[in-house]
Design a protein around this ligand. Structure first.
Ligand code: NI
Length: 172
C-alpha cells in the first residue's frame, strides 16, 4: 500500500464530474487500499478519488457515530467503499452542520444536508449494494458524492470561515 497525494483547489479535476468505474481489477483494489490508507493518515473521515487526482466515481468513508450519552463506550468505526454511487432517496428533513475538506485547507463552513439518505452503489468487488445512512454518516456520504460531481462544500455552505485554533472538525 502507498499514500497518495491529496490535491487542493483550484485543481480543475476537483471541479469535473468523475467517470464511472468499469473495471474491478487488481489495480482498482490497490487504488482502494491506498485511498483508505491516505484517508487514515490525513486524518479524514472520507476521501473521494478526484481528491487524489483520479477522476473516477469512487470514495472511501470511515467514521464512528458518536453516542448522545456522554461517557458511553465509543462505537466502532464503520468503513465504506462506494463506487458509482447514486442517492436514490433523501429525507425532506435537513440538518445544518459544520464541514471542512481535505482539499480546502483552513476553511470551514456550515452546510445543510439531508438527515437520512439511501444510496445505491457498487462495492469494491463490483457487487450492487443499497445503503441507508443517517446522522453524521449521511453528511459524509453527501460530501463525498458531491466530490464525484465536482461540487465542493463551499458551493453549498450558508457561511464559511477560517477556524480558530481550538476549533476542530472532521475533514473529508
Ligand atoms: Ni472534501
Amino acid at each position: 500500500m502507498a499514500l497518495r497525494e491529496i490535491i487542493f483547489l483550484p485543481e480543475p479535476i476537483l471541479r469535473r464530474k468523475a467517470k464511472p468505474v468499469t473495471k474491478f481489477d487488481k489495480d482498482l483494489q490497490t487504488l482502494i487500499d491506498d485511498m483508505i490508507e491516505t484517508m487514515r493518515e490525513a486524518p479524514g473521515v472520507g476521501l473521494a478519488a478526484p481528491q487524489i487526482n483520479i477522476p473516477q466515481q469512487l470514495a472511501v468513508i470511515e467514521y464512528a457515530e458518536q453516542d448522545d450519552d456522554e461517557g458511553a463506550p465509543p462505537k466502532p468505526k464503520k468503513l465504506y467503499v462506494i463506487i458509482n454511487p447514486e442517492i436514490v432517496k433523501a429525507s425532506e428533513e435537513k440538518v445544518l452542520g459544520v464541514e471542512g475538506c481535505l482539499s480546502i485547507p483552513g476553511l470551514l463552513g456550515e452546510v445543510e444536508r439531508h438527515a437520512h439518505i439511501q444510496v445505491k452503489a457498487l462495492n469494491r468487488h463490483g457487487q450492487p449494494v443499497k445503503l441507508k445512512v443517517e446522522g453524521w454518516m449521511a453528511r459524509i456520504f453527501q460530501h463525498e458524492i458531491d466530490h464525484l460531481n465536482g461540487v465542493m462544500f463551499t458551493d453549498k455552505a450558508t457561511r464559511v470561515w477560517k477556524p480558530q485554533e481550538d476549533e476542530e472538525v472532521e475533514l473529508d
